[in-house]
Design a protein around this ligand. Sequence first.
Ligand code: ADP
Ligand code: MG
Length: 255
Amino acid sequence: MTTAVRAIRTNKEEAPMATSVSLQKVIKRYGELEVVHGIDLEIEPGEFAVFVGPSGCGKSTLLRMIAGLEPISGGALYLDGSRMNDVPASKRGIAMVFQSYALYPHMSVYKNLAFGLETAGMKKQEIQPRVEKAAEILQIKQLLQRKPKQLSGGQRQRVAIGRAIVREPKIFLFDEPLSNLDAELRVQMRVEIARLHQRLGNTMIYVTHDQTEAMTMADKIVVLNGGNIEQVGAPLDLYNKPRNKFVAGFIGSPK
Ligand code: ADP
Ligand code: MG
């Protein structure tokens, strides 16, 4: 598209063609307080995007708006070219993994994985292969009959990720999924999530305040600060050409 055409259209919403996630001037207000100030962002199909930024900058709020767990106050959100502003969470094809991965303590691992599908009305014969496939991907097949309290922290986190996988979402969202784990396990799970992305090929958005996670996992890093985007780019681009001191400081580049 030529610059002139683009300029004419800038005030109009445009349904994006090839992007998986598209935010157009997205605003979030809690009461009087505006916490996200009109964010434009495109995430390509299959991309692993990482949101980084200090506590309170709006990372979780953005994810929750994309997931449909929180209404957007202004602007537009598109997923695979369809406008999602008023589409309920259950119809967005998204699964989210949280830091506090509250598993049901009285249920087996199998049941924890199956439960969401059962409540959605799926038949047992359909559920079983999905659970087994997720367990195979995450290497927790031997744990299916255990209860959560019989699992290590890393195994529990795998079950939490498994609950997202069984839903076969188009898009995975992760909100600081590893921040409760110790350093060694964090490195291990980071590799696992990267492998999961390679194997499934889905679009994934991963929130962290850990620079190493961002630098090693991302195709694209989105640096947030105070409800705005400071810079978007590939890890090395941000490292080599931080737009300002904030990005340089956050990414750890010498500037
Ligand atoms: P992050 O995930 O980057 O730490 P959040 O998205 O949780 O940041 O929060 C962004 C801002 O919105 C913060 O100032 C936070 O206090 C505010 N906020 C988040 N949730 C709510 C809420 N339910 N009500 C009022 N303010 C909120
Ligand atoms: Mg958060």
